[in-house]
Design a protein around this ligand. Structure first.
Ligand SMILES: [Zn+2]
Ligand SMILES: [Zn+2]
Length: 352
């Protein structure tokens, strides 16, 4: 493998991958083809991030370990990154997200472990009343959103051609296999029987014989504190309440979806709110860091694997696998990305 020349200092890194969770960063570290001694590059005084540096494909890459998750933490992490690594042109936000199961994509249902690549971000904020029309827009939400820069859009367009999709599917499967060999159980496929989508109105709370007084009397989102940290199995969530009858059957490989992502500072924990936002904003996934990074970098791409359905039935079962599928696709993206992509010089080719 041909590696790029090692940077002589921190300005030699043009690509950053930002991860909120140690699990996500561990998996991204698994796609590095070579690692540098991090003590060589250091960071500026007052920078609260931690960094790992190395090579992915033909790029020198800095991996950013954030101290906390969420939009504010992401904005702080991005500001520190910019101060320490002033040559960064492309920021990839990587890890896990909540998938919007049906997401207005006929025949393209999102399953757990599928990967979502952002074509744009929409901010949502539950401090505001729903519906929240904070974005004035034209007929389609895509018109007024901050979108990735032209270099990213061109690369995404290439990956969405028939040939690009086939290459992405095939190559990301290979990268995922290698990650699974390296990282073992941490990124194991949990199995289709653990991919459970409950009806949007069915709450994650104490049910049946498990019933507690708070959950029994709750009609809306307020359930007992304990329920939030317990598994569906222990709460008695009823598998008969699945949407199974209308779901597509799962193939062994994850699907890669391109679309808008909702980015907020609060975890989306309601199937009903999820569906309202999906209908209103045409988003296909929910995450928490992209909007914060966007405040500091104009070339931002979010690549995340769906580890839940952005509803109240949270589980950690799919996190490792979803982080790995996203990392595999990230490696493909970096293999397609040319260092000159950040320059605004293109030759256009198309149908008129
Ligand atoms: Zn309860
Ligand atoms: Zn549940």
């Amino acid at each position: 493998m041909r590696f790029p020349p090692s940077p002589t200092d921190r300005t030699g890194f043009e690509i950053a991958v930002i991860c909120a969770l140690p699990l996500e960063a561990s998996v991204i570290a698994g796609i590095f083809d070579k690692q540098y001694d991090d003590n060589v590059f250091g960071k500026t005084l007052g920078d609260t991030n931690a960094y790992s540096t190395g090579v992915v494909g033909y790029h020198n890459v800095v991996l950013v370990h954030m101290p906390n998750m969420g939009k504010v933490a992401a904005a702080t992490a991005a500001a520190c990154l910019r101060a320490s690594f002033q040559g960064v042109q492309l920021a990839l936000v990587d890890g896990i997200c909540g998938g919007a199961p049906f997401a207005n994509q006929p025949g393209k249902e999102i399953l757990l472990g599928d990967v979502v690549i952002s074509e744009g971000l929409i901010e949502y904020d539950f401090g505001r009343q729903f519906p929240d029309h904070r974005f004035s827009r034209k007929d389609t939400p895509r018109d007024n959103l901050p979108r990735p820069g032209p270099g990213i859009r061109a690369t995404l367009a290439k990956l969405q051609t028939e040939q690009g999709r086939r290459w992405l599917h095939h190559t990301s499967s290979g990268h995922l296999d290698l990650l699974q060999q390296k990282l073992g159980d941490m990124v194991k496929y949990p199995g289709a029987s653990n991919d459970i989508l409950f009806k949007a109105t069915y709450r994650h709370k104490h049910h049946g014989p498990m019933q507690c007084a708070s959950c029994a009397n709750s009609s809306g989102a307020d359930v007992c504190d304990l329920a939030a940290v317990m598994s569906c199995e222990n709460l008695g969530c009823d598998k008969e309440q699945q949407e199974s009858s209308i779901r597509i059957s799962r193939s062994s490989n994850p699907t890669i979806h391109f679309g808008l992502m909702a980015s907020g500072d609060t975890v989306m924990k309601s199937g009903e709110d999820r569906d309202k936002i999906v209908t209103r904003d045409r988003v296909i996934a929910f995450e928490m860091e992209g909007a914060g990074v966007w405040e500091l970098f104009s070339n931002v791409l979010v690549i995340k694997g769906a580890c839940d359905y952005a509803d109240s039935h949270k589980s950690k079962k799919w996190q490792g696998y979803a982080a790995a599928t996203a990392a595999a696709v990230t490696k493909c993206f970096l293999e397609t990305w040319s260092p000159g992509m950040s320059l605004k010089c293109f030759v256009f080719y198309g149908l008129f």
